[in-house]
Design a protein around this ligand. Structure first.
Ligand code: ADP
Ligand code: MG
Length: 238
């Protein structure tokens, strides 16, 4: 569960090829961070994995099965959106329950998963509040809770902390790492923040104009950046 393979995946928008043929293996349980400057294709790559964009070529395998043409809801992956994607008129409980209601999960099973997610995310005392009555960090946890209850094979995050202030970002970074340690579910995490990449990743994928410049552990990239672009991007002394 949670192994994702990209085989010569490409993406064109009109005439413009934003992702040239790209190969990547994400192992089950890995925390993989896509990092690179704005416009380099991080979100596009994540949306291709999620199925929110169609590939222009190549194949995407999930747990060894070809999922290239599988619709997003059937891929078994959960995209975590920024906290402003919550429904303001619904309680935290209803926000978290929403994807399960859509999927027809029985009520007692919904309750079991909500209780577990709320406990994991320290939201137990906030289930009856509305998003507007929560702090930014709590709202982001609700957005994560909504992904957890789907029990996905992998979580896909697109800059989930970018609209939180700096102090809160540090705390949420720790919480997401802690959640990964606990669930051991594959996480694919997009950021343009080097510190997030270096502190959270098992494996960093450095992107530049749709190409993979280098893949490796934070220590690999720090000790042996392939070139000045990677060195500059991850703060290596090269
Ligand atoms: P990042 O997330 O790394 O900032 P994106 O994946 O959003 O980068 O964008 C990569 C490139 O693809 C950019 O040049 C962007 O303008 C282009 N792009 C993204 N989405 C679309 C789209 N729907 N139509 C046309 N071009 C797009
Ligand atoms: Mg983006």
């Amino acid at each position: 569960m949670g192994r994702i393979t990209l085989e010569a995946v490409t993406k064109r928008f009109g005439e413009v090829e934003v992702i040239p043929p790209l190969n990547l293996d994400i192992d089950d349980g890995e925390f993989v961070v896509f990092v690179g400057p704005s416009g380099c294709g991080k979100s596009t790559l994540l949306r291709l994995i999620a199925g929110l964009e169609d590939t222009s070529g190549g194949r995407i395998l999930i747990d060894g099965k070809d999922a290239t043409d599988t619709p997003p809801a059937k891929r078994g992956l959960a995209m975590v959106f920024q906290s402003y994607a919550l429904y303001p008129h619904m309680s935290v409980r209803k926000n978290i329950a929403f994807p399960m209601r859509m999927a027809g999960v029985p009520q007692d099973e919904q309750d079991r998963r909500i209780t577990a997610a709320a406990k994991a995310l320290n939201l137990t005392d906030y289930l009856d509040r509305k998003p507007g009555q929560l702090s930014g960090g709590q709202r982001q946890r609700v957005a994560i809770g909504r992904a957890i209850v789907r029990e996905p094979a992998a979580f896909l995050f697109d800059e989930p902390l970018s609209n939180l202030d700096a102090a809160l970002r540090v705390g949420m970074r720790l919480e997401i790492s802690e959640l990964h340690n606990r669930l051991k579910t594959t996480m694919v995490y997009v950021t343009h923040d080097q510190v997030e990449a270096m502190t959270m990743a098992d494996k960093i994928v450095v992107l530049r104009a749709g190409f993979i410049e280098q893949v490796g552990s934070p220590m690999d990239l720090y000790r042996a950046p392939k070139n000045l672009f990677v060195a500059g991007f991850i703060g290596s002394p090269k």
